[in-house]
Write a protein that binds this ligand. Sequence first.
Ligand SMILES: [Fe+2]
Length: 243
Amino acid sequence: MSNFTGRREFIKTSALGAASLGVAGSGIAGNSAFAADSPITTGSNLEYRFEAKPLKKATLTMEGISRKTMEEHYKLYQGYVNKSNEILGLLKNADPGKGNQTYSDIRVLKHELTFAIGGVKNHEIYFDHLGGRGGRPEGRLLADIESNFGSFDAWVADLKGTGLAARGWVWLAYDHDTGTLFNYLGDAQNTFPIWNATPILALDTYEHAYFIDYAVNRGAYIDAFMKNIDWDVVQKRYEAANR
Ligand SMILES: [Fe+2]
């Protein structure tokens, strides 16, 4: 997992940075607060750096998802970590006084930052709950899946159907506002999350997740994914999100 201590510091610092930028932000609207030689940069929250979490050994000996797939997949994850850090570094020098919605450094960098960080976070959830024995969860997670979807098998059917329809990801997420579980569809690392929901389980449906093992047969890959879920990990995520 990324350095969560650092992440907390990042969030705290980010809040402070946002507060101070609230003053500077009024200058952006008026497009007059930033002189050409302004020392102001895009914020004080850019010192955070992501760190790649190693793969668990159990994910390299799974049935149905090969070691080759996992090793190549991990390289992509490392790329997202590196690009997140690279973009955060570049943002230090992006002049907010030159913000422009058609093209500007701050626009492009902040847009692509969401894709890069999405690539980090999505894959950390995905890798973390692989390497298990499949089956089904227990306790409150199972009860809540059954109450939200009708039955565990109905949830699996919805997950698989959503996985066949998605171009990137499916997330089983808990919506803190509605108190419900739902299988959300994503077409990329940064689409289409909703606010105030916590992903409990992440299914990668990009071709790189299965093409070596299954070619175009995504359904067979999703079946293999289900057989390798570590439900203890998923349950802990749910308990942490829904206390
Ligand atoms: Fe992936």
